[in-house]
Design a protein. Sequence first.
Length: 85
Amino acid sequence: MKLILYTIDGCIKCHRAKKYLTKKDIPFIEKNLLLDKEAASQLKELLGEIVAPVFVSGASIINGFEIYNSEREKMDQDESNQFKR
């Protein structure tokens, strides 16, 4: 199954999502919405709007920045738990 990350040039959230996926060794195909009009059409069909970043894996559609936020929350919780010991 192909994992796709829809991005836009100059998008900080897109950059962070790409960096996170790369760091976690999660293979993905990047589709730039500004350069790939077909990708923009596909995303609009999936979501009803064009936003970025968006991570698509089969039927799962996740805001790419939510991936980053989720990991960040886990890291913050781990750090907090270290001080409670």
